[in-house]
Ligand binder design. Structure first.
Ligand code: ADE
Length: 249
């Protein structure tokens, strides 16, 4: 049957998973490598979208048009916004919004013009399954990322959160910026740069979409360094373990 797509923006977020696709075939399209193969016996297309909303939207469109995927899961890292959404936690989106979209006063702030919609719903049953898998994996952080990473990043009791994930073409790297986002979008759990764009494309095509992100930083003045260390050392372990467990269910 039709494959599912597993997408991350950067190589560091998906490298461990790509290494586990034994029969992958590389297909070039739109300047990207699409890895077509199997993971846990399930047909999968894995791809690196590159960073930002346009890059993500193009990637999603190619996945749907050329590879006929039946669902898209976006994974990788995000900056924590809401209190208690800490480094090493996992956020599974229920809704996604573009925080840098503002065509006011012609349309309400955040609304996608002519769609009458600012929040795109993620697929609830995929979200339930991903959250269950994440809950199980986070019970044993040492098994997930190793003792050294648990110590380095302080991953004592990582948590799973579900709710609003916001996306924009901006790496949020100051307290001033993350405060502004918390103020205007008080229910936003975390911020990244692709999810809501893919959610919009999947909405247009009527294909289920889910986003599962690991918190790499708090979108504050230390975000840049925290993000770089987390991505270099542990991000791909999370995506490998969680995506494999999900596909095995
Ligand atoms: N992805 C991970 N951390 C982020 C941040 N602080 N801003 C935007 N995208 C991110």
């Amino acid at each position: 049957h039709a494959p599912v797509a597993i997408v991350a923006a950067m190589h560091e977020e998906l490298s461990a998973l790509l290494a586990q696709m034994p029969d992958e075939q590389r297909v070039r399209a739109a300047g990207r490598d699409f890895w077509v193969g199997h993971l846990h016996g399930q047909p999968v297309v894995a791809v690196l979208s590159r960073i930002g909303k346009v890059a993500a939207a193009v990637t999603a469109t190619v996945l749907l048009e050329r590879f006929g995927v039946r669902a898209i899961v976006f994974t990788g890292v995000a900056g924590g916004l809401a209190p208690g959404v800490d480094v090493g936690d996992v956020v599974v989106a229920t809704q996604l919004l573009q925080h840098d979209l503002d065509a006011s006063p012609i349309f309400p702030k955040y609304e996608v013009p002519l769609m009458g919609l600012s929040r795109f719903a993620a697929d609830a049953s995929m979200g339930d399954a991903l959250a269950a898998v994440a809950e199980a994996a986070l019970r044993d952080p040492v098994a997930l990322v190793g003792q050294a990473a648990v110590d380095e990043f302080g991953l004592r009791s990582p948590k799973v959160h579900r709710g609003l994930l916001v996306s924009g073409d901006r790496f949020v790297s100051t307290v001033a910026e993350s405060d502004a986002l918390r103020h205007s979008l008080p229910d936003a759990l975390a911020v990244e740069m692709e999810g809501a764009a893919v959610a919009q494309v999947c909405h247009d095509y009527g294909v289920p979409f889910a986003a599962m992100r690991t918190i790499s930083d708090r979108a504050d003045d230390a975000a840049h360094g925290d993000f770089a260390r987390f991505v270099a050392e542990v991000a791909s372990r999370y995506s490998l373990v969680l995506a494999s467990a999900w596909l095995a269910t």
